[in-house]
Write a protein that binds this ligand. Structure first.
Ligand SMILES: C[S@@+](CC[C@H](N)C(=O)[O-])C[C@H]1O[C@@H](n2cnc3c(N)ncnc32)[C@H](O)[C@@H]1O
Length: 351
């Protein structure tokens, strides 16, 4: 067990432990452990229920110690330092562990948001790099299986959403959103966090594309800007622009961008992409998470296909946007798309 893992176990037992002397990198590890343990508690409850059913069926009694030992060995190997702690607490304390770990997570996040911008940036970069490894492992563990066959191990899609506190995403602004009923566009009124791609989607996408030095990346309908912020923190050399219809989302993204000193290479712009007068700029990569109405998809994708005739483009889709690109990819004989996260994330590449 390393020193930070030891501190984490102490934090779980001692509410008053001071976090002010911890480095941003230590805080990053503590945050990751707490967010993971929160997800583990949900997983444990489900697995325990399944174990009891299985025991009943087979007339067996599997001890909690054996149950945890097997689970850690097979599905939670990266958390083996928590094995003794979980066994000692026993099955009746899972709810309590969940509450305690939430408290630790909140304490660590409260500690980092008080630090100067440079520390917060170090914390974010360290966290994103580390959680990227967990997401890659999760994806590998699924072995390309279809969603309908169930999920193997921890489900991490929402595990690190509280990182949003460090980015300062204020979703309250979405609940006060004034809806422009005259606009036919698909604006996800009041969706808050629901308009953002999961950290897992963004990091999996980034790990699965080759981005040349200085590449230009565009998020079409950039929401609050998670995609751009994450990509720019990890790839300070790329030139990232997010276009978004809803002004308050753009404002929040740009505020985080300025605070983290990313403004030289990252920019969010208020723009209705359905306008005929606006031309989609040439880029190496376009990102789309279900942004458009049928008419706007047709209008925007027509321009991207034209661009793809001049230079290679990568198009990353999350969700149903994939359907639109599948037809285009086939018609234009693009390279076979790469499907990740059971097809929820898809990477297209022109020939
Ligand atoms: C599901 S969100 C995705 C946000 C971001 N790309 C992400 O993945 O985190 C889609 C966004 O597209 C925006 N959008 C919809 N129609 C648009 C249009 N015509 N022009 C610009 N943005 C648009 C919506 O307001 C919404 O914020």
């Amino acid at each position: 067990m390393n020193h930070t893992q030891q501190i984490f176990l102490e934090l779980l037992e001692d509410n008053n432990l001071n976090t002010t002397d911890f480095t941003p990198t230590q805080l990053s590890s503590l945050y990751i452990y707490s967010a993971l343990l929160g997800t583990v508690t949900v997983f444990l409850k489900e697995e325990l229920w399944l174990k009891d059913k299985e025991d009943e069926k087979r007339g067996l009694v599997t001890s909690y110690e054996d149950f945890i030992g097997l689970l850690i060995k097979d599905e939670l190997a990266s958390l083996s330092f928590l094995k003794d702690f979980l066994i000692k607490k026993g099955s009746t304390k899972i709810k309590e562990i969940s509450k305690v770990t939430q408290r630790v997570e909140a304490k660590v996040l409260a500690s980092i948001v008080k630090r100067p911008s440079y520390d917060q940036k170090t914390f974010l970069i360290s966290t994103l790099k580390e959680i990227s490894k967990y997401f890659l492992q999760e994806e590998k563990d699924q072995g390309g299986r279809l969603q309908s066959l169930g999920h193997f191990g921890l489900r991490l899609y929402r595990a690190f959403d509280n990182l949003d506190e460090v980015f300062g995403f204020n979703y309250q602004l979405d609940s006060n959103m004034i809806v422009d009923h005259s606009s036919p566009e698909r604006l996800y009124q009041n969706a808050g966090i629901g308009v953002q791609s999961g950290y897992s989607t963004i990091l999996l996408a980034l790990s699965n594309i080759e981005l040349r030095q200085g590449a230009k990346v565009i998020d079409l309908g950039s929401g609050y800007g998670r995609v751009g912020l994450v990509c720019s923190l990890l790839r300070s050399d790329i030139d990232f622009t997010g276009f978004e219809y809803v002004p308050h989302r753009v404002e929040v993204g740009n505020k985080a961008c300025d605070f983290l000193d990313l403004e030289k290479t990252l920019n969010f712009v208020v723009q209705d992409l359905s306008f005929d007068s606006f031309k989609i700029p040439v880029a190496d990569v376009y990102y789309l998470y279900d942004p458009f109405t049928k008419e706007t998809y047709e209008h925007v994708l027509k321009q991207i296909v034209e661009i793809s005739k001049q230079q290679k483009v990568i198009i990353i889709t999350k969700g149903n946007a994939r359907g639109w690109l599948m037809d285009i990819s086939n018609e234009n004989q693009w390279i076979e798309p790469v499907l990740l996260d059971a097809g929820n994330l898809c990477i297209f590449q022109s020939a």
